[in-house]
Design a protein around this ligand. Sequence first.
Ligand code: FES
Length: 585
Amino acid sequence: MSSSPFDPKKPGGGDATGMSRGLVNYGDAGFSLFLRKAFIKGAGLTDHALDRPVIGIADTGSGYNPCHGNMPQLVEAVQRGVMLAGGLPVKFPTISIGESFAQPTSMYLRNLMSMDTEEMLRAQPMDAVVLIGGCDKTVPAQLMGAASAGLPAIQLITGSMLTGSHRGETVGACTDCRRFWGKYRADEIDATEIADVNNQLVASVGTCSVMGTASTMACIAEALGMTVPGGAAPPAVTSARMRVAEETGTVAVQMAKARLTIDKVLTARAFENAMRVLLAIGGSTNGIVHLTAIAGRMGFEIDLKALDRMGRETPVLVDLKPSGQHYMEHFHAAGGMTTLLRELKPLLHLDALTVTGRTLGEELERAAPPFSQDVIRSRDNPIYPQGGIAVLEGNLAPGGAIIKQSAADPKLMEHEGRAVVFEGLADLAARIDSDDLDVNADDILVLKNIGPKGAPGMPEAGYIPLPRKLARQGVKDMVRISDGRMSGTAFGTIVLHVTPESAIGGPLGYVRTGDRIRLSVSQREISLLVSAEELARRAKESPVTVPSADRGYRKLFLDTVTQADQGVDFDFLRPPQTVDRVPKA
Ligand code: FES
């Protein structure tokens, strides 16, 4: 055996470590390592440093992403944790997606970020990776990419923003954004007040302060075992968040040494735990799409009917907006996920392994003792008796649809009404505020062409604004149906993710104004009261042209994106075979 420091332990082999991993192809592995070390020494590193386990840190800081505005401090804390544990931290950039800055919609770019993450993990030498994300699409993208790359990986959440105060009332993004905007549209508040509110909604860097998609994905990441215990809840600007970051760096080194690869954590049982948590937190409907996509990367198929069955025995326990009253900082003060998971214990797989190398059950045994608080309820005193999300079926959605029942108006959950149809976003924008719009409060608003291929990217436009003339009359909610998504911070009686989408010939595309539609959440039904013969006639009369593009990412997207029930992932990013269904039948 040679004693040269430039002999990779196994050129191209699977058990090379540190800087010897994944050498560049020059046809001479020793030279490749020699060259690599020369270049990194150019940054001032010594051989001593280069002998350590290498921990990659995915830095997603961006001026276009205030939800990641604490990235420099987080990276510094992770680096400290890595070095304290004897590793070598190496940060690297990937795409970052800020929800309100990414046009046409952040979801259009989620898969691109997942591919960027996956390929950078594959391309660059690292023994484990710390993924730092927070804003809605970033954590799913990172988990999808890491799941496909297969390395030891740990998720660090950026943390939620602080709440603000408007004229004595606590406010936070973004449930209150929508509430105040609704008041402004209805002429209940004036231009001066809406400008004042605009200054208060986002009181610091960090992710949205309610149980929106970002908070949902943070809780899901912890439920999956992908964060350190207590990693979901601390707000972005707190010392607790920085301690989580340091601990994350330390655990990453342990994972590298133990070769605790992501497949040992992201098991079918972990996904089932995450489904329970999604239901119990009254989580964002987007959580289903993302969880389906992450599971899909591991070869697991999420069973939506089973999710619905789980929902009937999993009450909503977390009293956070939009389903409840509080904000993420209160969830953190109440003990965060530890308190919730302890309450859900009988419903969880406690033997699921976490990034610490201990099981979920072991971590709960080690956690601080419970204390009295009023944000996370007990199962016998829930916020809502069933899970937050119900799965609907019927001739309008043969592949399923969902409704966030915990944020809906109970009076509208059994409702039959006349469809008022908008053909797409432009049609909606042109007519929704018209005084001439023929619409009544008990009608059902239908919006087409906002599915994965339709818009494209399945934008969060499913929260169809109430027609201005009805808003002025004091109408607060109507049944709304689309093939799009809605923000996790939104509320209302809103049917989403109708599958298949209208743009590829789903029945939603053939609904006409005046048709009758029946929604029965108790029966899990969404039906278009039009005969199959009539629907077939309409389909023949107006055949769809599936959206396409000539080049670039848009072509890749439109050619390969899957429907909501497949997580809106690209078909070629999923493994060819399904390993299992979650939960098992
Ligand atoms: Fe980034 Fe809400 S906009 S988390």
